[in-house]
Design a protein around this ligand. Structure first.
Ligand code: GDP
Length: 464
């Protein structure tokens, strides 16, 4: 990818639409376009939409009306001269427009090349570039908000303090080494440990926010389990808020897995409605039951549905015992609109948690009337991300690469702390601190290698 040539791509998604856009970036953008674009004013006023026409360079006949916007370097997305040509969103016209750009000497942009140029020209740092991709990829508004914060530079802002503290500590140690022979007092071990400890705590908090960041980025899966007719499909429909799973009164009708992604306060939650689990001789139903068991084991979270109008059965207990060791779970006591054959005391006796720390949330709901469904949502959410709702978007570290960098910096800081505790010579300690600094630098791109850049930008769509 060279920054010298002018690149072009269709920046709007494939397919028909009201408007489509071809974007050119590079020193020859305007000159190339002038061969097939006639504008009301040429050269067009910068950063203003100018009406014009796209004409066929072969016949000079009109192809479409266009609106072009010219951004002059360095005041553009890429930091180069950019021309954005909007025409009607007809794929053939857009492709022909792009072809005309290429015929006049533009090169087809690689995926992410516009954003890569923005990075190389210092318009944005690497974390901001990645946030642009995350924004485009976001599936919930919350994900988009987090990405938008990071696009504004939230990641760099968050790293600023630990980085400054690292640089300070490195400077102190370097000075100590430089002046050691001149008998200048070297900073005490205690001071070093104190500073390194503060950095380590800050990085540890950041790494912890990465756990929730992963949940926001990737979402979670929730398997809904329970014996036939407990109301799993009805609860599934309530949670996704639409009729997707088939609800019937005949036990054993949900034979296959039905899954749908719901938006749980911004977290993409994949709900899996499993076949009712029971002993069965029916071969087809048995395959369904086996698949269900697999899905239940694979899911991040489990929701056990109990039919309170029937009372607790040996099957419920068996299922509970099966689910319990698999990880976090919530119990939905369904059909609360009917007279219960279960009391909260029965439940407490049945579902005694091993310790209060892993107490299982129990919610009484009615899938039929919708009663307490928000409480069920809340119980699932509290399991996924305690305090999620109050955490400001800017504090989250959602990008896996950033998380790995912070983890690596944390590991190096740990080593430095140990070295300080063992009074190991400063030279060695410095190596660890430099490692930590480089790991943090890699987040925003201060120490990026070409390989890393290629990997990151190749995950973008063309035209971005
Ligand atoms: P599944 O086999 O566990 O998926 O159960 P379904 O969702 O298919 O529901 C089985 C039957 O119970 C259907 O007739 C539902 O209408 C009924 N049902 C589900 N939830 C409730 C509820 O909260 N109250 C009442 N009264 N009936 C319910």
């Amino acid at each position: 990818m060279s920054g010298e040539d002018t690149i072009a791509a269709i920046a709007t998604p494939l397919g028909r639409g009201g408007i489509g856009m071809v974007r050119l970036s590079g020193g020859r953008s305007l000159e190339i376009a002038s061969a097939f674009i006639r504008l009301a004013q040429f050269p067009p006023e910068v950063q203003r939409a100018t009406l014009g026409e796209f004409f066929d360079p072969a016949s000079a006949g009109t192809m479409d009306q266009v609106v072009a916007t010219h951004f002059r370097a360095p005041h553009s997305y890429t930091g180069e001269d950019v021309l954005e040509i909007c025409c009607h969103g007809a794929p053939v016209v857009l492709e022909y427009l792009l072809e005309c750009c290429l015929a006049r000497g533009a090169r087809l942009a690689e995926p992410g090349e516009f954003t890569m140029r923005a990075f190389l020209n210092g318009r944005i740092d690497l974390a901001q570039a990645e946030a642009i991709r995350d924004l485009i990829d976001s599936r919930t508004l919350y994900q988009a908000r987090v990405a938008a914060q990071q696009m504004e530079g939230a990641v760099a802002a968050r790293l600023k303090r630990p980085k400054e503290a690292l640089v300070e500590l490195i400077a102190i140690l370097e000075a100590g080494i430089d002046f050691a022979e001149d008998d200048v007092p070297v900073s005490g071990w205690e001071n070093i440990s104190l500073r390194a400890g503060a950095i380590q705590r800050e990085l540890a908090t950041m790494a912890e926010s990465g756990r929730l960041g992963k949940v926001i980025r990737e979402g979670l899966s929730l398997a809904i389990a329970g014996r036939p007719n407990a109301g799993k499909s009805s609860i599934f429909n309530r949670l996704i808020d639409q009729d997707r799973a088939i609800v019937t009164e005949i036990p054993g009708t949900t034979r296959d897995l039905v899954s749908e992604t719901a938006n749980l306060s911004g977290i993409p939650l994949r709900l899996i409605d499993t076949a009712g689990i029971r002993e069965t001789v029916d071969r087809v139903e048995r395959i369904g039951v086996e698949k269900s068991c697999q899905a239940i084991a694979d899911a991040d979270l489990r929701l056990l549905v109990i039919d309170t109008s029937e009372g607790l059965t040996a099957e419920d207990e068996k299922l509970y015992k099966k689910l319990r060791p698999l990880g976090p779970m919530v119990i939905a006591c369904n059909k609360s609109d009917l007279p219960p054959k279960v009391t909260p005391d029965d439940l407490a006796r049945w579902f005694t948690p091993p310790s209060t720390e892993d107490s299982i949330p129990v919610v009484w709901v009615s899938a039929l009337t919708g009663d307490a469904i928000p409480a069920l949502h809340q119980a699932v959410l509290s399991l996924v991300a305690p305090g999620h709702a109050i955490r400001p978007e800017g504090e989250l570290m959602t990008n896996l690469r950033h998380q790995q960098c912070v983890q690596s910096a944390l590991g190096s800081t740990d080593k430095a702390l140990q070295a300080a505790a063992q009074r190991i010579p400063h030279e060695m300690l410095l190596l660890d601190l430099y490692d930590a600094l480089h790991a943090l630098d890699a987040v925003t791109g201060a120490t990026t290698t070409d390989d890393l850049l290629t990997v990151i930008f190749s995950t973008f769509c063309v035209g971005k």
